[in-house]
Ligand binder design. Structure first.
Ligand code: SAM
Length: 273
């Protein structure tokens, strides 16, 4: 890594500038990317997947780490030649040009892997849901989001930010914010601050069918979050569903904890099949 140009020189050498349509806001300070990688690790020789490597600041830090393999998924083809220059030919780095929303991780890596990414803001939430509920299960996820999204992931019942994302994330993983970054840390700076969330999937997460039901219940309940559950969950069973789950039908979604939503999802059977 020591022979490489700085990240900025590398971008200039390839004539690359950030494109808004790809959600590109780069971290060009290796001290910052190394810190994120320290928070994500240790990897102890395991594989790490990075989505959206762009100019490769996080990638360089991952290659300096104890990751056994680093797999990159980048949608913008302009960055592939630059990223190829980080490859020392040992086979440790794999570069995939593709859309992370569409790739099947199980086809890119053997078994689980760590996920470490500074995510494009426009697809951060669907990617997180995919990784927490999909058939492929990562060891851990260390992901940069807009601060507001990070707060929605870790929000507790009663918090303003508590909603669907908090319920799905916390029903499947332990999640905490491990780092805050101001907009000025990025090139070009986005409009909002960012935060890194570290998530460790639960050893025994709900079954896929249960997660589907959880998504239905939370979509209905938080879709009309000002209404009482008996009304917002009307099409799913309303008051009777609440009763079966041991939840007061007169309360609003924001007062029901994750365990309560899991009981509602369980009670949804068999109508939701
Ligand atoms: N990791 C780099 C950094 O920290 O400097 C770049 C982060 S930038 C916020 C997001 C990156 O994700 C860009 O490189 C962008 O091209 C890429 N990207 C955007 N949408 C993507 C998608 N659907 N799949 C894979 N990569 C994507």
């Amino acid at each position: 890594m020591t022979d490489l140009p700085t990240l900025r020189e590398h971008l200039d050498a390839h004539g690359l500038a950030a494109k808004k349509s790809f959600g590109q806001h780069f971290l060009l300070d290796l001290n910052v990317t190394r810190k994120i990688v320290r928070l994500a690790g240790p990897f102890e020789g395991r594989c790490v997947v990075e989505v959206g490597p762009g100019p490769g600041g996080l990638t360089r830090a991952l290659l300096e780490s104890d990751a056994g393999k680093v797999v990159l998924v980048e949608k913008d083809p302009r960055f592939i030649p630059l990223l190829s220059e980080l490859d020392d030919g040992s086979g440790r780095l794999k570069i995939v040009e593709g859309d992370a929303l569409k790739v099947r991780e199980a086809e890119l890596v053997d078994g689980p892997a760590h996920l470490v990414s500074n995510l494009p803001y426009n697809v951060g939430t669907p990617l997180l849901i995919k990784w927490l509920t999909g058939p492929w299960r990562p060891y851990a996820l260390t992901l940069m989001f807009q601060k507001e999204v990070a707060e929605r992931v870790v929000a507790q019942v009663g918090d303003d930010a508590y909603g669907r994302l908090a319920v799905i994330a916390q029903a499947t993983a332990d999640a905490r914010i491990v780092m805050h970054l101001p907009a000025a840390a990025f090139t070009p700076p986005p409009k909002v601050a960012s935060a890194v969330v570290h998530l460790v999937p639960l050893a025994n997460p709900p079954e896929p069918a249960m997660l589907k039901r959880l998504e239905r219940v939370t979509a209905a309940a938080f879709g009309q979050r000002r209404k009482m559950l008996r009304s917002s969950l009307k099409t799913l069973g309303g008051g009777a569903l609440c009763e079966a789950a041991g939840i007061e039908p007169d309360v609003r979604a924001e007062t029901v904890d994750v365990a309560g939503f899991l009981r509602l999802a369980a009670a949804l059977e068999p109508q939701a099949q």
